[in-house]
Design a protein around this ligand. Structure first.
Ligand code: ATP
Ligand code: MG
Length: 364
């Protein structure tokens, strides 16, 4: 007798379009589970958001991490609203989750989906060659939260922002990146750095990269300064495959990558605890987009792609085919021209969601 596996999902829709795309993603996930038949989802919804913070003064209750720990994965929409400074929303919600849940890897794939246009079409590069996976160090570096301010509110204020790099932290992300590169057809890893100007942390970053590279003789590897990297991403997308970068660098480069692939609205991310002791978290890379929130026009594709990555992660190899089918359904829909405005289409969130749900039935 075959049994249905239940995955417990903590859903945190957050603010703005985060709530709209999370609702759409859950609709698609439930459709996928129903058609596949081998698993289903059991959601707990958490109203942790800037809106709630304004009303009650907190994002997450004191036992928030314990509540999350009871789940197999976390699905996150977006957090942030103009009436709360961004560093408050980030440091009260998403960054503590990443840290406490040991999600030291952030995976951000980028490619151009069928039926969509890349701004690279107006450049010399061939956009069809853009197929990258950015591995972002997600636990330390420039977002370690260390530093301080002295002489506050005076003309002599000094603020320091320390970037912390540990050998352990660097080595584990480098190993993850080499493993990812090895698993892909081109077996190519580009390491991003700024060790010409930053002479401590970035020098250790480079050193550990070359040490780890010795264990992966089958993976081609190269090093790029982050400034030159932005140029290479635009001029020669084909020359890269897997990219590893620090917390800050990868944050910026993945927004650029998303824009080059057509829209920030399609880009997914996975915050992974590779030890699987804690739930991993899946979220589109975009924010709450207050300018389009509440209008029902947000692109849900980044949310769907993140959902596909969640299914892949939860299945531990057994649901790769199901995740691929969701991706196929998404691509069939973009190819057919059912797209939101950011992709030069004229469909809304609901229409794209319904089209993907219909397509899921077709591809199975
Ligand atoms: P964050 O600080 O959380 O990264 P942000 O201020 O960088 O957020 P985003 O919310 O990511 O900004 O988006 C920037 C702009 O891109 C939005 O204002 C919106 O116009 C557009 N955008 C982002 N996500 C989407 C989406 N899913 N669909 C359509 N447009 C989007
Ligand atoms: Mg941003």
């Amino acid at each position: 007798m075959s049994s249905t596996q239940t995955f417990k999902i903590a859903s945190i829709p957050g603010d703005g379009i985060g709530t709209e795309i999370t609702e759409a993603a859950i609709q698609v996930l439930d459709k996928l589970a129903a058609v596949d038949g081998s698993f289903k989802f059991d959601y707990t919804h958490f109203d942790w958001s800037s809106k709630a913070y304004k009303e009650r003064g907190w994002y997450m209750p004191p036992d928030g991490m314990d509540q999350l720990q009871k789940h197999d994965a976390i699905y996150f929409g977006a957090v942030g609203w103009p009436d709360v400074p961004d560093h408050i929303s980030l440091w009260n919600l998403i960054l503590p989750i990443r840290k406490n849940m040991n999600q030291y890897v952030n995976v951000r794939p980028t490619r151009i989906l069928p039926g969509t246009k890349s701004p690279l079409e107006s450049c010399q590069a061939d956009p069809s060659t853009l197929d990258w996976i950015i591995i972002r160090e997600n636990s330390e570096g420039e977002y370690a939260g260390q530093g301080g301010t002295t002489h506050e509110n005076s003309p002599h204020t000094i603020a320091t922002e320390l970037a912390i790099f540990s050998r352990v932290g660097i080595e584990r992300i480098m190993r993850y990146a080499f493993e990812t590169a090895r698993s892909r057809e081109r077996k190519k890893l580009t390491m991003v750095t700024k060790s010409n100007a930053q002479r401590h942390g970035m020098v250790l970053w480079d050193k550990v990269f070359y040490e780890v590279a010795e264990d992966y003789p089958d993976v081609q590897h190269d090093k790029m300064l982050v400034d030159a990297m932005t140029v290479r991403m635009v001029n020669n997308p084909a020359s890269m495959d897997t990219i590893v970068a620090t917390n800050l660098h990868a944050d910026i480069l993945s927004d650029l990558a998303a824009a080059l692939s057509g829209s920030i609205g399609i880009a997914p991310s996975s915050n992974l605890d590779p030890t699987r002791k804690h739930p991993s978290m899946f979220e589109p890379i975009h924010g709450s987009a207050p300018d389009i929130a509440g209008k029902g026009v947000a692109n849900p594709v980044g949310a769907f792609w993140s959902a596909a990555e969640m299914v892949r992660w939860l299945g531990q190899g057994k649901l790769d085919g199901t995740a691929d089918k969701l991706m196929q359904a998404i691509e069939n829909v973009t190819k057919a021209g059912v797209k939101t405005k950011d992709l030069a289409g004229n469909s809304n969130t609901k229409e794209v969601t319904e089209a993907v749900c219909r397509e899921i039935e077709t591809v199975f």
